[in-house]
Ligand binder design. Structure first.
Ligand SMILES: N[C@@H](CCC(=O)N[C@@H](CS)C(=O)NCC(=O)O)C(=O)O
Length: 209
């Protein structure tokens, strides 16, 4: 059975949601990112890069990098959450996944904290907002006439974007001037699979040290 290593509310929320949407059996293991342990074992032995998500596949191979795990899960299921390889839609999906990973995910992370952690001071939050707002605005424009990122249908891109809209809330940023992203966030929260996963993960750790 596949096993997802996650921390509540972290980027691992994206593959967790996709696993639940896909409906294949899977297990989860909660990682303590403060001391890099899981179930009393050293997490660095699972993922030497020392961050979540990591997915142990059916063949016991561990794969990392959120966008890659999302693609792996979509390809290895009967879902229609990913387009056929080398179609225009496939490349559109790759472009958004890469955009979210490089332009949003890492820009949400504060340069002032050790490791890949969310900002936790007013100054670092302001800096993060300055960086992410124009990139979020670009997505908001794309969502003008649709509820989901690709052809107005749920795809592997949406859970990753939902991590970002969830972080907007977590960092107390506002959806002012981002009305379409706000609607996207609400659409995602209405999905039963998303509700089950948010409940299962529970509250994320506090942003204070
Ligand atoms: N490049 C990685 C980044 C993953 C990442 O930043 N994970 C964060 C949570 S969102 C983490 O585990 N941070 C803890 C740490 O680095 O100490 C990916 O795309 O999956």
């Amino acid at each position: 059975m596949m096993k997802l290593f996650y921390a509540s509310g972290a980027s691992s929320l994206a593959p967790h949601i996709l696993l639940e949407e896909i409906g294949l059996p899977y297990q989860t293991e909660k990682v303590n990112l403060d001391n890099k342990t899981w179930n009393n074992s050293d997490y660095n032995l699972i993922n030497e890069k020392s961050y979540v998500p990591a997915l142990e596949t059916h063949t016991k191979k561990v794969i990392t990098e959120c966008a890659v795990i999302l693609e792996y899960l979509s390809v290895n299921s009967n879902s229609n959450f990913i387009a056929n390889y080398d179609t225009d839609t496939y490349w559109e999906e790759r472009t958004w996944l890469n955009y979210i990973a490089t332009e949003l995910h890492k820009n949400f992370i504060s340069p002032f904290r050790n490791g890949n952690w969310l900002a936790n001071t007013d100054d670092s939050k302001k800096l993060v907002y300055k960086r992410v707002f124009p990139r979020l605005k670009f997505i908001d424009k794309h969502l003008k006439n649709q509820n989901y990122m690709i052809n107005n249908k749920f795809s592997l891109v949406d859970p990753y974007l939902f991590v970002m809209t969830n972080w907007i809330k977590r960092l107390d940023f506002t959806f002012d001037n981002l009305p379409n992203l706000k609607r996207f966030d609400e659409t995602m929260r209405n999905r039963p699979a998303v509700q089950r996963v948010l409940k299962a993960e529970g509250a994320p750790h506090s942003l204070s040290e």
